[in-house]
Every structure is written in C-alpha cells, then in structure tokens.
Design a protein around this ligand. Structure first.
Ligand SMILES: Cc1cc2nc3c(=O)[nH]c(=O)nc-3n(C[C@H](O)[C@H](O)[C@H](O)COP(=O)(O)OP(=O)(O)OC[C@H]3O[C@@H](n4cnc5c(N)ncnc54)[C@H](O)[C@@H]3O)c2cc1C
Length: 526
C-alpha cells in the first residue's frame, strides 16, 4: 500500500462482536498495538465465517486509516457518468446475465446493442410465474428461465464464482451495486443478492441500457440465422428479418430450440459433460446445528451453509447452488418436464435449506442416445426430466423421496413438509435416475450423512430432477477471437455456449464477447 498511514490486517471476532464497533477496535488494537484514538477511519473490506471449529468466528479483513485523507469509496459506479457516442451496432440474442453485461459493455465501447429477448419484461413475466406455481402450466417463452434478466432474475443471486479474473468480478459486482444491490456484496466472500431483490436490479440495468442508447425488444425470438460464405449476414426473428454481421448468442442452456437450429444448419455444436441429480432439502435448523456445532444457533450468525464433494462409484458427486433459508423452485422451460432449482430471499429467513446434489455425467452415460449425434447429451437430459414429470403425475408435481429411503432403495411411505410450491408426490427416484447416477448418489449420500449430522434424518428429502446445473452442449469458439470456430461474426456466449456457469461468469463472458466485437470493429482484418 503506497500510503503508509493506511494499514490492512486480519482479525477474528465472535458473532456477538460483529455489530460492536468498540469490540472490533479493541481487536485491531490488540493485533497492531495502534491506539484507538489514532485511528481516523476504519472499515471492513472482506468478511467471511470461520466455522471449522467451535466457537464459530467472523474473519474480517480490516483497513485502518491513520491520516485525515478519507478512504476512497469501495463502490465505483461506471454507468452513471457514461455518455457514449454510438455509431455502429451489434445484435445480442438473450437478455440474461451474459446478454445484459454484453449490452452494457458494447455501450462502453461506443456500439449500440440491439437486444432481442424471447420472453417478457420482469413485470409481465410475473403472471406466467404465478401460472407455473398455481396451475403447473409452463409457457415455453416466459418462465423462471426465459424473460427479462434470463435465469438470473429469479435465481438465488449468489455471486461467487471460480473465475480468477478478480478485476472482472469486481466490475460485475460494482455494476450490481450501481443498480441497487447492497454494498455488502463487495466485501462478503460469499456475496448474495436474493430473489426478492434481483427483479428490481434487472429492471434498473435495462433502464441504464435504454438511457445510454441501447435497444431491447421483448417477445422477440431468434428463429433462424442467415449465413453466407461462413459469415453472419442477419437473423430471422418472430418480428421479422434483422440485418447484422455480428451476433452475441447468449440464449442460455435451456434454449433447446437454439441447439436444434444450429444442428439443423450444420453449425458445429458438441455434446459435453454436465451434472445430473436431485435437489435435497432439510429444515435449516439441522444444518445450523451441524455446521455451527451448537444446539441453539447464535442469532448473530447467518443461516448455515455447506459445500460437499466426493468421488463415489467412480464419479464426482457434489452439492451445487446451496440455498440457506430458501425454497425449491420449479425451473422447467417446457411442458412435460420437471426441472428443480433453488433460491432464497436476501434475508435467507425461510425455514428450509436446499441444495442441488448432482453427479458428473459424460459420453458413457448417454450412449443410448448416440444416434442423436451432437444432441445426444441433451436428449439424455431431457429423458430424465420427462420421466420425473410422469412419475410426479403431472401439473409440475415433483417426485420425491426421503434421503434415508433413497439410500435403502425403498419408496417413502410418507414425506416431510417441503418448500416446493407445485407439490410433491412419493416415488422411488431409483426408477427415474440413470443407473450410474443413482449408484453414485447413494454412495455419496452415505458419505455426506457422516459429514453432516442429521443429513439422512427423517426430515431430509430429495426431489427429481436437478438437471440444468450446466450445459449439455458446447458451441465451440476460437480461444482468442471468441467467434464460432467456423462462422465469422457468431459469438457463442454465456452458459448456453458452454463457456460459463452462473451469473458472474456468464456476465464476464458477455463482457469479453462485447470487447472482442469492439476490437474487431476498430481493427478490421483486411
Ligand atoms: C432458480 C435458479 C437459481 C439460480 N441461482 C443461481 C445463483 O445463486 N448463483 C448463480 O451464479 N447462478 C444461479 N443460477 C444460474 C444462473 O441464473 C445462470 O447461470 C445464468 O442466468 C446464465 O446466464 P446466461 O445469460 O448465460 O443465460 P440465461 O440466464 O439462461 O439467459 C438466456 C436468455 O436468452 C433468452 N433466449 C433463449 N432463447 C432465445 C431465442 N431464441 N431468442 C431470443 N431470446 C432467447 C432467454 O429467454 C433468456 O432470457 C440459478 C438459476 C436458476 C434457474
């Protein structure tokens, strides 16, 4: 740090001390020897929980300032002061996190984004979501995955990522704060927005894009791509033809019709490994007790979290998208399938904890679908989702089983309370999941039940299927230019392209694709 009057240090404090300024200052004093009176300003710049042993503590990275020059703000807005001059355009297909951040970045680079989105804006989308929950009816263009903000709008809004691009992650988090997320996401090592806050943030990002000159067209679906000499010439949409030389294709991993279209047009796509399994749920209390090593949870601690991983029966088994205090969500994108996922409100104050529990699958698992060529993994995925729908008995009722009964391969005679709103019905999930997946899950669950006390108790339940953790297809692209390996001007982007997983990495991928288009437009190859 250049200013010798600024110091960074790490301290551990008990949960009851986290809101007490004097306790924190005393910890700083005992760690550094600096008198409290000499500290002009202090702030927490990273916060995490260390629950490895009892007592559970908060680990804080603290910055202290010993001079009179105030700290620079942690949050750095970008778009409030931006005044771009736009003289070119690019088309973005899909307005999920990848499409949203691609559009923002194009504006930064002086290019007008024209975004087409098959779904509706956040407000109108709500009516279709009510139909899913109340009547079990899925509109294939407007659901929990399709519409303004994509799958991100009604996601859980956990913003952690394995991306090592620190600067890019900070840019994405800062953009969320600029559009209404709490600044806490900039310091928390496990940043989380919450389903209740995301729709407003997404609307605010849309307003920024429009204010800066971008165009967003809802209810507009990409139906065909015009290509000549392996170059993009335009797109066909439900609203008609649009001429363009560059498309950012950010349609997500649930847009099966897009994969079918690419395959039909002989645009190279590849089946790729993905993960398949169930969503599990427990009373939050069980997880709190196990993870915080206590009988009664300290009210200063957030609802507890877990992350589980093992190798079982030759396959990776892992928890995914764990939602403390959350609910299980119906994430199907077409009639006749059950897809579950999870979310939680910003306060994570629901009474259940849910998580995906999935098994890695590869080409050996979808051998029976080999006749479908590049779409084989997708058909394998779809088959399991359809089986789950039929086992549930329709109307999005999900087949469910107690964890302990799944381990014993026995249908549950009764089911505990569950947060999934369309409802659950008892079924043996062994009859739905592929053989290797259920074997790995069974062994994995036995192992995880030793790690977390109460995991296989009477209240632990599992629902099929958690099948969309990642894309079963990759749309291959050049490592440098990010263009499709065979089609100039086609930028496969985000989760659906197989190059991202989750909100932040999809957003970063959107930014990268936009930058490449800008770079190409400024330095065209002759
Ligand atoms: C319930 C739930 C909870 C989740 N929780 C988290 C979480 O906590 N943290 C996390 O990181 N991730 C979470 N995810 C995953 C996250 O939402 C996705 O990884 C992310 O949204 C992917 O972004 P994307 O832009 O690549 O694709 P998507 O978000 O899928 O967006 C694609 C968009 O393209 C549109 N589209 C599709 N086809 C067409 C077409 N033909 N024409 C025009 N538009 C089209 C779709 O309508 C959609 O809006 C969750 C997902 C769900 C469903």
């Amino acid at each position: 740090m250049s200013n010798s009057n600024l110091h960074l240090l790490e301290i551990l404090v008990l949960p009851e001390q986290i809101e007490n300024e004097l306790d924190i200052l005393n910890s700083i004093k005992s760690k550094t020897g600096i008198c409290i009176e000499d500290i002009k300003e202090w702030r927490i710049i990273k916060k995490s929980i260390d629950a490895r042993k009892s007592p559970v503590k908060f680990r804080l990275e603290v910055e202290i300032n010993l001079n009179d020059i105030p700290f620079e703000p942690i949050h750095k807005p970008v778009y409030s002061n931006l005044q771009p001059t736009l003289n070119q355009h690019a088309i973005v297909v899909g307005f999920g996190p990848a499409g949203m951040f691609a559009a923002l970045e194009l504006l930064k680079c002086g290019i007008k984004p024209i975004v087409i989105e098959r779904g509706k804006n956040v407000r109108e989308r709500r009516r279709d979501l009510a139909k899913i929950n109340k009547e079990g009816i899925v509109n294939p263009d407007s659901n929990y995955c399709f519409g303004e903000g994509g799958a991100g709008t009604y996601s859980d809004g956990k913003l952690y990522t394995r991306s090592s691009k620190r600067g890019s992650v900070e840019d994405v988090l800062n953009t969320f704060v600029e559009h209404g997320a709490a600044e806490d996401i900039l310091i928390n090592t496990r940043p989380h927005i919450g389903t209740n806050k995301l729709p407003g943030i997404v609307e605010s990002i849309r307003e920024t894009i429009q204010k800066l000159g971008g165009e967003i067209i809802f209810d507009c679906k990409l139906t065909d791509i015009h290509i000549h000499d392996n170059k993009i010439k335009g797109i066909e949409t439900s609203n008609g033809f649009m001429q363009t030389e560059n498309i950012i294709l950010a349609t997500g991993h649930s847009a099966r019709d897009i994969y079918e279209l690419l395959e039909k047009k002989n645009i190279l796509i590849e089946a790729k490994p993905f993960a398949l399994g169930v969503r599990i749920e427990h009373p939050q209390e069980i997880i709190d007790k196990a993870q915080y090593h206590c009988d009664t949870k300290n009210p200063n601690l957030p609802p507890a979290y877990y992350s589980l991983v093992t190798q079982a029966a030759g396959k990776g088994v892992f928890s995914f998208c764990m939602c403390p205090g959350g609910i299980i969500a119906p994430a199907a994108t077409a009639p006749g399938e059950i897809v579950v996922n999870g979310w939680s409100p910003s306060k994570r104050n629901g009474k259940f904890a849910n998580s995906g529990l999935v098994v890695s699958v590869d080409e050996n698992d979808w051998k029976d679908w080999q006749h479908k060529g590049n779409l084989s993994a997708l058909y394998f995925q779809k088959e399991v989702e359809t089986k789950a729908y039929l086992a549930g008995g329709g109307n999005l009722v999900a087949p469910a089983q107690k964890i302990k009964d799944f381990i014993r391969n026995k249908e549950s005679s009764s089911l505990p309370e569950c947060s999934y709103i369309p409802g659950i019905s008892s079924a043996n999930l062994h009859q739905i999941l592929p053989a290797k997946v259920r074997k790995s899950l069974q062994e994995g669950l036995i192992y995880f039940s030793k790690k977390i006390k109460g995991f296989d108790s009477d209240d632990g339940i599992m629902l099929a299927t958690e099948s969309r953790t990642s894309s079963p297809i990759r749309i291959p692209r050049d490592k440098e230019t990010l263009e499709h390996t065979e089609i100039t001007g086609l930028y496969p982007c985000g989760e659906g392209a197989g190059y991202a997983g989750g909100i932040v990495s999809a957003a970063i991928d959107g930014i990268r694709c936009a930058k490449e288009i800008a770079q190409k437009k400024t330095n065209p190859k002759v």
